[in-house]
Design a protein around this ligand. Sequence first.
Ligand code: SF4
Length: 397
Amino acid sequence: MELYVHIPFCVRKCDYCDFLSFPGFGCGADEKHRSLSCSYINALCGELDGVFCGMKETGLKCDTCFIGGGTPSVLELKNTEKLLKTISEGISPIEFTIECNPGTLTEEKLKLYKKYGVNRLSIGLQSADNGILKALGRIHTFEQFLESYRFARSTGIENINIDLISAVPGQTFDNWKETLKAVTDLEPEHISAYSLILEEGTPLYKRYEENPGSLLLPDEDTEREIYHYTGKYLEEKGYHRYEVSNYAKKGFHCRHNTGYWTGEEYIGAGLGAASYLSYKNAVRLKNVSAGTGSENDMFRIKNTENIDDYIVRPSCETEEILNREAQMAEYCILGLRMTEGISVSGFKERYGTDITDRFGDILDKYRQMGLLEEKNDRICFTDKGMDLSNTVLCEFL
Ligand code: SF4
């Protein structure tokens, strides 16, 4: 099982962001925001204590913990320590990641992370070009990122991910190449490279609606070119693409996210955090009433997104109950995002039926078109198939 912990605070809101996070936090925060942050951490630690208590009673363990956001590194030292202490008293994850952003990371915070067993950092850089960082509304420069990265290394963090975004306003192919070079020169263990998605309601989306040309977004061909170049360049530099947008040096794939893609159960704590649990564990850990759904169902449960309500009492509600059919489709859709694809025997073991009995038509159709292939018990996309993956995946629904 995996544990996700959400910190919904940022220094300011980036222009492309639609994550559940609020601005005004960090070292310049006023009293109101500081107090909100303390109340939130108290409520979050209360929720975590309850989760850990339920896990102890039933012998459940979490292999990974991911503190994400928002910007977890905006938390003050005392709140950081309270949260990390609570987590480390409840579980001993093999992989323990915290997300951070340049401009919010200090040596003191990094030392606390180390003290409480954090062994992986995920740093949001997005681009090595200061003009692009400004256009995205990021709070930091590339130089500030370098400083954070060096702090992290000197504190002894040996597993670092760097987040990048391509296809952003003003980006050219050459400029993306420079970002990739600057990042790989640092030799992080992991790189995530996503394409920008214009989310409704964000300032960037509004600017796009008003005048699409003004954003100077790369066209579709350049986007494709960037995607292919990224895979090839990173492969040459020793990074293996193991998922559509994720690259790692040998042995450094993200266990936490791999858990999501392989259909493992996870529990989310914090504002708006999602959980994916079996019937038994949904009843034990998220107080789902017994009798809702059936024993073979999986539950998608979401914590409240209202921070005032959360602070009073962290409540949640069931968003979706997945029956066996829905679970099988999701197993294929998520599993095919990974370059190694899905295990044929794993599917049979999990669902007691052959994947070909359930999805034989789709698999045959795309195998014949050269988009899917089967090798050594695994079904995965070919290079051509990866390019058209969205069309194929829709058929499993
Ligand atoms: S730092 Fe991350 S979570 Fe915070 S506003 Fe920017 S993109 Fe959103």
